[in-house]
Design a protein around this ligand. Structure first.
Ligand code: SF4
Ligand code: SF4
Length: 130
């Protein structure tokens, strides 16, 4: 599958397990899942009883790529996990076109060109320059 199709191939959706999450469970400042998500699918929100913001996933923006799960710093079972729901399976046709109908907000975020972290912003398999 060419990269231009692959990035729209939604293979699942992330779920946050609050009982394991450093932000939700321990009120610690952790932004890792938001920082690494190539689709900007994780948002941090303020909730009344917490000092620090906590993560929520916008399911229609999540491709199920698993980058957040890989980088979540929790030991053992991660606090953010890709699960098999919301996935799109096509036997023919274009994932890009299908995403326009089913998940129009599924978009790869652009790495900032002038940022020294730019090279790390987009995971290797998503880098169009290579
Ligand atoms: S990276 Fe893991 S521990 Fe940190 S906020 Fe996200 S889900 Fe919670
Ligand atoms: S699975 Fe991928 S797209 Fe979904 S929240 Fe995690 S990093 Fe973002």
């Amino acid at each position: 599958m060419p990269l231009s199709e692959k990035i729209f191939c939604k293979i699942g959706t992330t779920r946050i397990y609050k009982n394991r999450c450093l932000a939700w469970n321990q009120d610690r400042k952790c932004l890792v899942c938001d920082e690494v998500c190539p689709y900007n699918a994780v948002t941090f929100i303020a909730v009344k009883e917490k000092k620090n913001r906590v993560p929520v996933v916008e399911p229609d923006k999540c491709s199920g790529c698993g980058y957040c799960e890989t980088h979540c710093p929790v030991n053992g079972e991660k606090a953010i996990v890709v699960e098999i729901f919301g996935e799109v399976r096509l036997s023919k046709g274009s994932y890009k076109k299908e995403a326009k109908n089913r998940n129009p907000r599924l978009k790869l975020r652009k790495a900032p060109a002038d940022n020294e972290r730019a090279a790390e912003e987009i995971p290797p398999g998503f880098d169009f320059s290579k």
